[in-house]
Design a protein around this ligand. Structure first.
Ligand SMILES: Cc1cc2nc3c(=O)[nH]c(=O)nc-3n(C[C@H](O)[C@H](O)[C@H](O)COP(=O)(O)OP(=O)(O)OC[C@H]3O[C@@H](n4cnc5c(N)ncnc54)[C@H](O)[C@@H]3O)c2cc1C
Length: 229
């Protein structure tokens, strides 16, 4: 999970899974699978370890399907490049969803997101732009994951953060990580803390600067910052 959350959050989830009996093997390569009766039966690792298996789930990431734009003038750059109105560089052609690398008004850079929220919100923007005129996509991205009794809710994109502030207590399975860049709130991971998640979306949207005392940041109701921003 290190790609999308801080080490604190990924370590927390690793330990929760380990408590439930999950075994993690990091930095290992699979040499080959072997099977019996047409089913996979063993996973052979480069370390020479062999793992018995009756099901293999392969998660190796994804790439956008952009073949539709092959042999056209549509600009491709880590997906179909669109502006904040979801317009491609070719007049009257729009694109939305996982396949797009869009200009994000909040983060002021191109971002390609893979989430249902992004696909739906971009669809609304395009529908409005085709019908009436000129609106921009400016939603704060959000994501979620339910693991056992733990709800992880993520607001914003934490890439490029330079400071993390933790509120709450991981031992009580209720904490949040505030990601700051130059003291501006850019993302929040809320673990069983729905209030932090709800308020953080607004705070990220308003590019709220959080520069008071760290102890205060850990205790304050995040809603208070809305009045300050
Ligand atoms: C295992 C998994 C779990 C996920 N879990 C979550 C989650 O918990 N929360 C969340 O927010 N998101 C989740 N996602 C991501 C979410 O599914 C995607 O972000 C969302 O479906 C994107 O919608 P989309 O319309 O952009 O693309 P898609 O849903 O992928 O739809 C694109 C469609 O276009 C079709 N297509 C592609 N090329 C062409 C072509 N040349 N011509 C015609 N049709 C074409 C495809 O066949 C597909 O039907 C998950 C994804 C996966 C794979």
């Amino acid at each position: 999970m290190n790609r999308v959350v801080s080490k604190d959050v990924s370590r927390f989830f690793q330990s929760e899974h380990e408590d439930k009996g999950v075994r993690f093997l990091f930095n290992q390569n699979i040499s080959y699978f072997s099977g019996e009766n047409g089913n996979v039966a063993k996973i052979h690792l480069s370390s020479n370890e062999t793992i018995q298996s009756d099901l293999v789930l392969v998660g190796v990431g994804g790439v956008p399907n952009i073949e539709i734009a092959d042999n056209t003038k549509i600009e491709i750059d880590n997906g179909i490049r669109v502006d904040s109105a979801c317009r491609t560089n070719v007049e009257d052609i729009y694109a939305i969803g996982d396949c797009t690398n869009h200009w994000n008004k909040i983060y002021q850079r191109y971002i390609r997101l893979e989430s249902v929220q992004n696909a739906i919100d971009q669809a609304k923007v395009v529908a409005e732009n085709i019908s009436f005129g000129d609106v921009s996509y400016d939603s704060v991205p959000w994501f979620w994951s339910d693991q056992y009794d733990i709800k992880l809710q993520i607001a914003g994109v934490s890439q490029n953060f330079d400071e993390v502030i933790i509120r709450g207590n991981a031992l009580e399975k209720s904490f949040s990580c505030l990601y700051l860049k130059n003291r501006t709130l850019i993302a929040v991971d809320a673990i069983n803390r729905p209030r932090d998640f709800i308020h953080s979306k607004n705070l990220i949207y308003h590019k709220t600067i959080i520069d008071d005392d760290k102890n205060n940041i850990k205790e304050i109701d995040l809603k208070e910052y809305l009045h300050k921003s």
